[in-house]
Design a protein around this ligand. Sequence first.
Ligand code: F6P
Length: 543
Amino acid sequence: MTEKLTDLPQWKALEAHHAEFDKVNLRELFDTDPGRAERYFAQAGDLSVDYSKHLVSDETLRLLLDLAKARGVFELRDRMFAGEKVNLTEDRAVLHVALRAPATERIEVDGEDVVPAVHEVLHRMSAFASRVRSGEWTGATGKRIKTVVNIGIGGSDLGPAMAYEALRAYTKRDMQFRFVSNVDGADLYEATQDLDPEETLFVVSSKTFTTVETITNATSAKKWLLAGLGGDEAAIAKHFVAVSTNDKAVAEFGIDTENMFGFWDWVGGRYSYDSAIGLSLMIAIGPERFEEMLGGFHTVDQHFRTAPAERNLPLLMGLIGLWYRDFWDAQTLAVLPYSHYLSKFTAYLQQLDMESNGKSTRRDGEPVEWETGPIVWGTPGTNGQHAYYQLIHQGTALIPADFIGFDRAIEGTDPFGQQDALMANFFAQTEALAFGKTREQVQAEGVPAAQVPHRTFRGNHPTTTLTAPRLTPSVLGQLVALYEHKVFVQGAVWDIDSFDQWGVELGKVLAKKIEPELSSGGELHHDSSTNAAIERYRGDRAA
Ligand code: F6P
């Protein structure tokens, strides 16, 4: 049994430090330390991170690094990279890093090098993606595929859907790509109602191939296709491919396993879009861009593995997040990209972070007695400014925020030169959040006395300023890997298993039980509230 986190002297030192530090504000920290911005800055690949606008001092960082050391974060990292079974509750290795390892690397699971298999699948994916893109792969009637519909949910949807949006500028514009996840029939209906089945390819993505939402949607998609193509079952082979670890279930569903792209149980769903789960993305951006993206992931993997602790970005971001979560009682983390292309990035991070670290049981089975994963939320920054930023600026909650921006727009996507207007907001917000506006400043502007308290900003709101030269496939890979490893660091300190997700099981099981009850009219054995709600639904359904 590992020592309880809150009993560690390093934890107690942080508590004492926080008690004193509580009164310090960012204005003062900057006024008394001219070298702060330069010192609190680190890079990984193309990513630059300024963490000077955080409520931290040299002492805070030293204590946090001491805690990480005491907690064996780097040892656990090395065990993960070495293919050890660090996912304890499922007894599995955690090797998303192998998905982007160069062919020359050797990473073993149970004595077997997994890198050749990764590259073999990548080659098959590349060949298939190229055939679809070139029109060599056709539908059953010989027509070119014009639309690819990915059917999946959670990690089998959010990753490819997010990355498709992020890299839309690099996609093949004469094809369309759609992502269906919700079991609400409207999702599939809206995705297919204007499509020609002869020109449509479905990529059914599911690690387990048992997920109800995905199998339901895929079954309906099959009906839609067959209805459109005169019922010829042989057409399925040309319009359905699968991405899964479960070849038996894929075959049972009716997809030829020749058209299946595999991955492995050591890839978690939320860590999987750089595996074959990225097939629809690869068709959209092409194998070369996909490879560039993998290269980006690998760059940050290497950084995480080799950069010294004081300059190690996932480590620093993880520890700073933990500082707020555990010592300042910050419950949320806002992730605010200043890029329209990253509109789904925060939704993607919600699964990555909240499914990984939304835990209250330690690795040894005992309950945790400290705060764990934050609620992650946010939307692209400028839109948020006109919606919820008011609460961040003047509300009562402490909301640390990650600001993500780019020095240049993606080539050709800013024909009217609006990037400066966008980034002016990016810089303005982090400045305003940190330093606010004092009563004296407001008064000096001649503001009527009654308005002064309302127009005073206390500031002291912590932010990370994360920038890169431009959003490219490689930079996207770097960003995602940065957050993957940040989540890892926090889970390691919190002593939780960041790689299982038992918490989503209960609802799944209950839904399976309830579905037949909705149409059966039989006696219900739930609590009185659920019974009554189902009865009302049955009544309305029958009306
Ligand atoms: O939400 C639970 C979960 O298991 C996720 O972890 C996973 O990404 C998602 O369901 C989809 O699972 P699958 O890829 O097996 O369909």
